[in-house]
Design a protein. Structure first.
Length: 101
């Protein structure tokens, strides 16, 4: 399975959740609402889930094997870092009010 595209939908500054991500697989299937979490000194992803009537959560979609989960997690976290740096660079550029003539 090929990860065709990764889009960071939203960044968060506060709390352990750092981003919400959409991933496209094989240019055929989109998975939305994957969360990037930073806790216990490391980044990891949490797959989309729903709350059951008993208060527990169940993944709606998830990797079947640990190799693909590791590949997906690595790709999502790498894309998060790349887009975070780009967003910070854009914010610095927009806040720079120095005029160079």
């Amino acid at each position: 399975m090929h990860i065709s595209d990764i889009k960071i939908r939203k960044f968060f500054d506060e709390g352990p959740m750092k981003a919400v991500v959409s991933v496209t697989l094989d240019d055929c299937l989109a998975v939305h609402d994957i969360k990037v979490i930073y806790a216990r000194e490391r980044y990891f992803i949490v797959m989309p889930s729903r709350k059951n009537p008993d208060g527990t959560y169940r993944d709606i979609v998830h990797p079947i094997n640990s190799d693909f989960r590791a590949e997906l997690e690595r790709a999502v976290i790498d894309a998060y870092h790349v887009q975070l740096v780009a967003a910070e660079h854009d914010a610095e550029y927009e806040s720079d009010d120095t005029l160079i003539v």
